[in-house]
Every structure is written in structure tokens, then in C-alpha cells.
Design a protein around this ligand. Structure first.
Ligand code: ZN
Length: 386
């Protein structure tokens, strides 16, 4: 099958982050089986989703993991000119579909190169590591990476995460976490302003603290020029359930916020400081309303940043594969930090542009797909050398 044919098949499974991915997983498993490759699945507890990993080549140390996710983001509310779940050749050198660049294009390159991998005399192995639920917080990657560590006796050395990077080597990414904070105050007539506790006012105080915290980090010189913006961002994106009438003190306010950290800042530190501030606010409010409460929960475990030192062997390795010394960093989160934490030297490098991801009329250019395939070819050549 050509890379286009494989991509068209992958696109036809409209598996969104959070949904069962068994349909697309089954297709990939059948493809692997057809080529005589045995694979391992890493199912979730309910058996409704699963990651897949496999090894191609000898069971020796020093192999390379090719990692990608099988899920995509929704198309609701976007105005598409074509059916998003059918690969459409626009006749303009571009292939349109949801997931064409993020990131089924990379998966298609891996699978299209499989026959060549099998025919080559690989001296070091290649591993496929395909996950689910990446788009809702990189949920499956930690278990997948740990599973690879426990399944194979040999130790893979490198992990290439094929997120769209225009086939450029990316050695840094910001980490991210999303929080939901609920403030419980006391309801009452708005004239009782000195007696009740407005959840809205207290929530606003907390949101302002977040903004100040971000500015404070910048003022303290926590800057990393590889990123745009070059600092940790803290942002409240949703403020809801805030009151019922102008003359009623609100007893509840909910807000959602995210933190995108540069590698030099720690998500846990920011969270700890926020919790401390919440305790101070709560202690004050409880003198008026003893049940006053602030609760913060994380939407998903924090996704760690990626900060691969340039002196690690993977950097030379990827520079040679890319045919370029350029190294960049990205402000979006991927599974690369998680693979790095699992002990694999990790970089991001994949076909397509992140500018096309997550939007209407997402596409991957045929040129990028060809570059992705050429990358696979060079990888196979490199790993076949004695
Ligand atoms: Zn992605």
C-alpha cells in the first residue's frame, strides 16, 4: 500500500480523543499481522481503548521508537469544505482531512515504510508506539512508555515523536496542566456585603493572583527565548456559574485555567504556591462564613515539558536524519516529555505543520509526506549500518 492509501484508511476512522479507538487500532494491527509483525497491546481498564507497540528488527539495545497518537480533535463548529473523515486530494499538492497532519500523516509514513524496514538488515531495531487519548491530555503515553520498558529485555535508546514539525528537529516543548477551581461562598441579599462571602469576588482575586504569578516569574528572569512567548503562561479560559442576579451575592464560582511551563519552571511549584494563597484567602473568608471553601482539581496529570540537552547522542542522530543542524522548541505539548521521563532520549520530528492542526480544512502537503517517507528511508539506512 502507498502512503496515500494508508493515510486514507487511517483518516476514515473518526476516533476523537476520549473515544474508543478499537476500530483504528484493529486496522493497524491487521496491517502489522499481514506483514508478519507481532505486536503488543496496552488496553485501558475497560478494554475500550488500546495502545499498540511492536519491534521490527533484532532484540538488541540502542533501538529507535517511532511514537504517534491515533486520536484526533473534533470538527464541531468548524466550517469544512470537504468531509473531514475522508482524505481528499485538493489538486493543489495538499491532502485534506482531520488528522492528515496531526498526526496520521506520520503514522502512515511509519506503516508505509514497514516493508522496507522488514527487508532491511537492521542492526538496531525500530519500534512503533501508537497511543490514544493524546488530544485530551497525553493520557496514554506514560503507560505505553512504561510498557515498552517492561516488555522488551533490550533497551530502546531514542524516541522520535512524529508530531507535525515540518520535519524539523524539536528538542524542547512546554509542559501543560489544566485546572478546575471551584469557590464556595455564601448566598444572600446583596446588601449583606459585609456578612456574606461572594464567590465571584474571591474567585476574581484568585484569577488575578494567577496573572500576577505569571508576571512575577517573568520579572524574576524566568525566560527561555526558545519559546513564544518566552515564559511560562498562566491563563484562565472559562469562568462559569457565576451568580444568578445582580442583587444576589453569588455562592459559587467555577473557573478553568491552564499553565504552560517552560522547562525551568515547575508545574508543582506553581500549584503549591496557588494552594497556599487559596488557604490564606479561605482563612480570611471563614471568619464570616465557616463553610467557605476553595477546591482545585487537575483535568489530567501534568504533561511534563521536554528539554533534551544538545549534547545527548539523539541530537546528532536527528540532525543527520534531518540533514540540518537546526534545532527548535515548540510551545505546544506532546508525548515527548513523557517518553523522556521514561528514560528514552526524545525529540519531536514529523511531517506537516502545526499551523494546520486542529483547524478546519486541515491538510498535509504531499511534499511533507514525501519528506516523511525519505526520513524513514534514511533512518532504516542508518540503523542497518554495522
Ligand atoms: Zn498531535
Amino acid at each position: 500500500m502507498t502512503v496515500n492509501e494508508i493515510l486514507a484508511q487511517l483518516i476514515s476512522f473518526p476516533v476523537l480523543g476520549g473515544q474508543s479507538n478499537l476500530s483504528i487500532a484493529q486496522w493497524i494491527e491487521d496491517y502489522l499481522t499481514k506483514h508478519g509483525v507481532t505486536y503488543t497491546i496496552v488496553p485501558n481498564a475497560e478494554g475500550t481503548k488500546r495502545s499498540i507497540h511492536c519491534r521490527i528488527g533484532p532484540a538488541v539495545d540502542g533501538g529507535v521508537i517511532l511514537s504517534g497518537h491515533m486520536d484526533v480533535v473534533p470538527v464541531e463548529g468548524q466550517s469544512w469544505d470537504t468531509d473531514p473523515f475522508q482524505l481528499v486530494d485538493g489538486g493543489d499538492g495538499k491532502l485534506y482531512a482531520r488528522g492528515s497532519c496531526d498526526m496520521k500523516g506520520f503514522l502512515a509514513c511509519c506503516l508505509a515504510a514497514l516493508p522496507e524496514m522488514l527487508a532491511a538488515k537492521l542492526q538496531r531495531p525500530i519500534y512503533f508506539a501508537f497511543s490514544y487519548d493524546e488530544e485530551i491530555g497525553c493520557l496514554a503515553a506514560p503507560e505505553l512508555a512504561a510498557h515498552i520498558n517492561s516488555t522488551y529485555k533490550e533497551k530502546p535508546k531514542f524516541a522520535i515523536i512524529g508530531e507535525p514539525s515540518m520535519m524539523e528537529a524539536v528538542v524542547g516543548q512546554k509542559g501543560i496542566v489544566i485546572y478546575h477551581t471551584t469557590v464556595n461562598g455564601s448566598a444572600g441579599h446583596s446588601s449583606r456585603i459585609r456578612t456574606e462571602v461572594s464567590a465571584i469576588t474571591e474567585a476574581a482575586r484568585l484569577i488575578l493572583w494567577l496573572e500576577n504569578k505569571m508576571n512575577d516569574l517573568v520579572a524574576r528572569g524566568q525566560i527561555d527565548d526558545r519559546f513564544t512567548p518566552p515564559h511560562t503562561s498562566i491563563h484562565c479560559g472559562i469562568f462559569e456559574r457565576s451568580g444568578i442576579a445582580p442583587n444576589v451575592i453569588a455562592d459559587r464560582a467555577d473557573f478553568y485555567w491552564d499553565v504552560r511551563v517552560i522547562p525551568a519552571d515547575k508545574l508543582e511549584d506553581i500549584r503549591r504556591e496557588f494552594d497556599l494563597y487559596c488557604e490564606t484567602v479561605a482563612a480570611k473568608c471563614r471568619t464570616r462564613f465557616p463553610e467557605f471553601d476553595i477546591k482545585t482539581t487537575a483535568h489530567h496529570p501534568p504533561v511534563p515539558p521536554l528539554d533534551t540537552p544538545v549534547n545527548l547522542p539523539i541530537v546528532d542522530f536527528i540532525q543527520e536524519l534531518c540533514g540540518s543542524k537546526d534545532l527548535t522548541a515548540v510551545s505546544y505539548a506532546t508525548e515527548a516529555g513523557q517518553f523522556s521521563e521514561a528514560g528514552f532520549e526524545s525529540v519531536i520530528c514529523g511531517p506537516g505543520s502545526i499551523a494546520q492542526a486542529h483547524r478546519a480544512n486541515e491538510y498535509i502537503s504531499k511534499d511533507q509526506l514525501a519528506k516523511g517517507l525519505a526520513f524513514m528511508h534514511r533512518l532504516i539506512e542508518k540503523l542497518s549500518k554495522k
